[in-house]
Design a protein around this ligand. Structure first.
Ligand SMILES: *Cc1c(COP(=O)(O)O)cnc(C)c1O
Length: 345
């Protein structure tokens, strides 16, 4: 499979923006090329456009080749770039499996790209047969969010493999929540599938949503395309520095993950005891999808108590459901104490 055959013509023909800093690889005596201020504020220079030191650290951490990593202003940037690289507006389409993360559709809409929705089955698993039946040469991207937001489950590996082999376009596996799951990442399969892109982020398990740093992992031709279309300095200096610092302390990451997973199961047990809780779905993430007798009323009650959860009850397949992010032990206690009052209301 040659993924360049899937790429829009204008992108294949693009002459990417080239900064003098990108063309010159050595150690310069004086930089007089970019109209920066010469006065040292700590941030007077443009950041490394390819974030090479940071990628090296991520490469060591994930045990994955550095030149097969793309970094973006959140994984949301990678989602947007993927659509712009592959989908001709008004002609091509992306495949989504609702209920799922909302940004895929928004990015497609902004780009004027059609969305084909193939709902997850009642077990919240991909309907492989229908996806493959309904795909053709205009089907450029298939977004698999696994573990999925908001259903909290991981997709079966055999189904994903069938899709990777059978889907005519690129398959994007969004692993924003992979660190909370028992299942393995698809990173190890990238060398097998030229059409596979794995997305991960610093926003969830790392606790660094404010930095805006997302990762895309793929074979090199895909990474080159992303680098050609991205804004030259898409990851700012402060973000690169803070992420490097975070990667020095992976123990902290493991503590966050362990804490979130423990609290998730404590919260599940406690929530199950309330009469208005009908079902709590299994979770491979840092949130619980909770089916209640009256989602709107519970949502508004919690909001009146200044506790904000996500009302997902209008999504097909999520009728009656709230999505509750696992908080600190203290926050979870406050949620439960507040729910005691709802019970009495
Ligand atoms: C939170 C989340 C992201 C993270 O996006 P960033 O732009 O990296 O913050 C990506 N995908 C899914 C499914 C998410 O839930």
């Amino acid at each position: 499979m040659d993924i360049r055959k899937l790429v829009r013509k204008n992108i294949l023909e693009l002459t990417p923006y080239s900064s003098a800093r990108k063309e010159f690889k050595g150690k310069a005596r004086i930089f007089m090329d970019a109209n920066e201020s010469p006065f040292d504020t700590g941030y007077n220079r443009y950041p490394d456009p390819l974030q090479l030191s940071l990628k090296q650290k991520i490469s060591d951490w994930r045990n994955f080749p550095s030149d097969q990593i793309f970094l973006g202003n959140g994984s949301d940037e990678a989602i947007d770039l993927l659509i712009r690289i592959f989908c001709e507006p008004g002609q091509d389409e992306i495949f989504l499996l609702p209920p799922t993360y909302g940004m895929y559709k928004v990015c497609a809409n902004i780009s004027g790209v059609a969305v084909k929705n193939i709902p997850l089955n009642t077990d919240f698993q991909p309907d492989v047969e229908t996806i493959l039946d309904r795909s053709n040469s205009t089907s450029k991207l298939l977004f698999l969010c696994s573990p999925n937001n908001p259903t909290a489950n991981t997709f079966e590996a055999s189904k994903i493999t069938q899709l990777l082999s059978g889907f005519p376009g690129m398959v994007i596996i969004d692993e924003a929540y992979i660190d909370f799951a028992d299942q393995e990442s698809w990173l190890t399969k990238i060398q097998e599938f030229p059409n596979l892109v794995v997305l991960q982020t610093f926003s969830k398990a790392w606790g660094l949503a404010g930095l805006r740093l997302g990762m895309a992992f793929a074979q090199q031709p895909m990474i080159e395309l992303l680098n050609n279309v991205k804004p030259p300095y898409n990851v700012n200096q402060l973000t690169q520095e803070k992420a490097l610092e975070a990667l020095e302390n992976k123990k902290r990451l493991h503590l966050y993950i362990k804490g979130a997973r423990n609290q998730r199961e404590i919260l599940r047990k406690e929530l199950e005891a309330y009469p208005f809780v009908q079902k709590i779905y299994p979770s491979d993430t840092n949130f619980l999808l909770v089916k209640v007798t009256d989602a709107d009323s519970l949502y508004h009650f919690l909001r009146s108590q200044s506790i904000i959860v996500r009302n997902r009850s209008t999504l097909p397949g999520c009728e009656g459901c709230l999505r509750i992010t696992v908080g600190t032990p203290k926050e979870n206690e406050i949620l439960l104490a507040t729910l005691n009052h709802y019970q009495q209301a």
